[in-house]
Design a protein around this ligand. Sequence first.
Ligand code: 2HG
Ligand code: ZN
Length: 471
Amino acid sequence: MRSLIAELTVIAGSAHVLSEPDVVAGYATDWTRRYAGEASCVVRPGSTEEVAAVLRACAGHGVPVVPQGGNTGLVGGSVPPPAGWRPAAGPAAPAAAAAPVIVSARRLAGLGPVDLAAGQVTAGAGATISGVAAHAAAAGMRYGVDLASRDSATVGGTIATNAGGIRTIRYGPTRAQVAGVTAVLADGSVVSDLSGLTAGSTGYDLAQLLTGSEGTLAVITAARLRLHPAEQAGAVLLAPAGGMAQAVGLYGQIRVGVPDLLAAEYIDGAGLDLVCRITGLRPPLAGQARAYLLVEIAGPAQAAAGSVDLNRLAAAGLPDDSAVETSERGMAALWAYRERLTESIAAAGVPHKIDVAVPVGRLADFRAGLDETIRDAGAGPAEIIVFGHIGVGNLHVNVLGPDPADDRVDIAVARLAAAHGGRVAAEHGVGRSKTGWLSWSMPAAQISAMASIKAALDPAGLLNPGVLLPG
Ligand code: 2HG
Ligand code: ZN
């Protein structure tokens, strides 16, 4: 390992090879604190060429690589496996020569000029989502992916997980924003197409293949991203609902009656109560509800905020006791109840986080069966908080109480989602936590095709071992 570290130091410079145990531990522990692994060191290359040299060096020594962006992942995909981990193929499978090297993309944070005519920009993998958004906004454009972790989450990390976020109903997930990437393969070779060309039929689309591949096929170093014309929010509303069924029904009415929805989010009553308790925010409505629907509506393109036709909302069946805000400040205040959920839950304990997708038409049944499913998992008393991107059927089930190491609750919830025709991972990725669950919502032939792709591009299994695919 010492000779690999010496090589990495020559490549990236001593300031960018970190091997102090405390510092390395910070990179090797994920945001949830549920996943902490062992790494030999952290290297922070400053260019694609340096990433390529790092990967060549690691491959030469048989040492695995864990690519990392903002380390805001929630399923263990951005951190190495724990000490002593071996591929699932069993004791006969060769152990790696040493614990993985974490390759941090944080220094690859450059942003190219916004191309207004193409509606695109080139961004380094380490650029944050808020950085890209501000850069696009300065040119009158908008980046379509937005999420609460925007100040830390990176372009590379969000591509690796195909992150969704709060604007998926409007612009689609990250996959829809990716027009090309530069990436380094396991052997150090570089593949790159940042031309932004959408016309072309020249074989496999590597950028799309790498989107959602969770660092198992290549290390992404830059991306060509699609941008959208800036759209101003005209109103944000928070409506009480009797439960998920009513929230879905109201969302449907608003969707049909009011054009240009920018976001539609669901929050359990318990979640909103928790946010108020932890943050000290005052309850937004006079009474308490079992569930809430938050919707953001675009104002007419050239108009200032506040120009949304509120009559249309009334016609769509918006309850009278809903909050409707049209000022910048008021809209931000309503968003806070949604945006501060994750931090509030983390302040209350180490949660089980199960990110699932369920067809919108099945959300009510899924939610109706959830509490019993969690109780029957037998992991003890549980505080259940469900929220998420209702318009695309992406729910975040957070469970406080059961031991973080006991995954019976996680398994039960994921199986319930699969039983409702859903997916066991929606936008956080499969990571380390869900590899064994893929077959619940994906045919065996598809998993085997993914394994073939992995074997072809990373035959030694050096890239993010133990993530996405079992073994
Ligand atoms: C969100 O939608 C994120 O806010 C985090 O995907 C979800 O904390 C979570 O479970
Ligand atoms: Zn989310």
